[in-house]
Design a protein around this ligand. Structure first.
Ligand SMILES: NC(=O)c1ccc[n+]([C@@H]2O[C@H](COP(=O)([O-])OP(=O)(O)OC[C@H]3O[C@@H](n4cnc5c(N)ncnc54)[C@H](O)[C@@H]3O)[C@@H](O)[C@H]2O)c1
Ligand SMILES: [Zn+2]
Length: 360
């Protein structure tokens, strides 16, 4: 039972139990005055690990709500039906929600918790690399709408985050890669040493070590700029194009895969602008390919669609598009102290056209 790191929030310090068995959940909950728990999970996490969690919660009053796996569940409809199903049970302001699953479950359960009765307490038990290393830290909760990813949401912090690495034993390869993409993002932006580890490939890394370091990097950034006003924007490196490509792929790319492509697009642009060396651009492609992550925009997604999507996401037409760029591995490019460079649409288009090529 180790408290490895402490997550930050404006009002309180959140315990983050990393490398701790789910068996300690009852102990952790005993610090909270609650009447019952509501578990929100998806059918994969439930089938694989639901019984393990339920066994640990013996003697505690509980309700379980299982949603469909995948990004499509981060929807308004799903949010609405979860809220009414939960409200149909006897819950009170003392009820605690347990978000048990990957980033999708964490994001929607956190949003439900933050809005039910204007906010009831919740805890995260993340079960994917993506959610253990990244999405549960920082308190960003959200659902998607037709207007884009995470368009409705808030900052709302859990009581604690309990990370048990044994859940990763059942994680499919594709989901491992997706989570690692987000760790590679943190390494590229902030930690060359971590990047060197990741460059060795799966056989040579410890997921625990990578996850713990990624959490540390994310917490360090959040402490400086939680609302991503300037320095905190490194957290969304690769996400500008990534989110557009993720949506336009219509479910064929998952979040990490789309961010992987987005980081290659950012590196290509930065190199064309003379900010990032050719070698460092190649380093992006090499490390992502080492983990079998996609590095090119799929042919069926057209540059014009991406640009339209970017304007749509930002609610502006015909204006420059802000891109987060690196000037070196571990160093974000700043202009007059500001992270994020406005890029002219034509310049971006030309650069994106190079991101379809097979041989970079
Ligand atoms: N809020 C944030 O700061 C933040 C940061 C990064 C990502 N995200 C969000 O997180 C989401 C992606 O998270 P994700 O990659 O965890 O996706 P996910 O929640 O869809 O999980 C991926 C898949 O793994 C399955 N799964 C979960 N745990 C498993 C286990 N232990 N064994 C086997 N299968 C398991 C899930 O059912 C799902 O099919 C996206 O919606 C993204 O926007 C949010
Ligand atoms: Zn992300």
């Amino acid at each position: 039972m180790r408290l490895t790191y402490t997550a930050y929030n404006e009002d309180k310090i959140i315990p983050l139990y990393s490398g701790v068995a789910v068996g300690s959940i009852k102990d952790r909950l005993s610090n909270i005055d609650f009447d019952k728990v509501v578990i929100i999970t998806d059918s994969n996490a439930d089938n694989l690990w639901g019984k393990t969690l339920l066994d640990e919660l013996k003697g505690i009053k509980k309700e379980v709500f299982v949603i469909k796996p995948g990004e499509s569940s981060k929807s308004f409809n799903q949010y609405q039906s979860l809220c009414s199903d939960i409200l149909n049970k006897e819950i009170t302001k003392k009820t605690v929600i347990i978000a048990f699953g990957g980033g999708v479950v964490g994001n929607i359960a956190g949003f439900v918790a933050g809005t039910l009765f204007r906010g009831i307490r919740f805890v995260h038990i993340p079960t994917t690399i993506m959610s253990q290393a990244d999405s549960t830290t920082g308190g960003k909760q959200a659902i998607n709408t037709m207007h884009g990813k995470n368009t409705i949401g808030m900052f709302y912090e859990p009581e604690f985050i309990l990370i048990d690495y044994s859940f990763l034993k059942t994680l499919p390869e594709r989901e491992v890669r997706s989570g690692i993409a987000e760790c590679i993002k943190h390494a590229l932006c902030q930690d060359e040493k971590l990047l060197r580890k990741l460059e060795k490939g799966k056989e040579y890394v410890s997921f625990q070590e990578i996850i713990q370091r990624t959490i540390y990097l994310k917490l360090r950034t959040i402490k400086r700029d939680r609302k991503e006003i300037n320095e905190g924007k490194v957290l969304v490196y690769g996400h500008t194009i990534g989110h557009a490509v993720e949506i336009l792929s219509r479910g064929t790319l998952n979040h990490g895969e789309a961010v992987s492509i987005g980081m290659c697009c950012a590196a290509t642009l930065s190199n064309r602008l003379g900010l990032l060396s050719f070698e460092n651009k190649k380093r992006h492609y090499r490390v992502l390919r080492k983990w079998n992550l996609p590095t090119e925009i799929p042919q069926h997604i057209k540059v014009e669609e991406i640009i339209d999507r970017l304007h749509y996401d930002k609610k502006v037409k015909d204006s420059d598009i802000e891109m987060i760029l690196l000037r070196d591995v571990g160093k974000v490019y700043k202009k007059k102290g500001r992270v994020g460079l406005p890029i002219n649409e034509d310049v971006l288009k030309k650069s994106l056209k190079l991101c379809y090529k097979k041989d970079e």
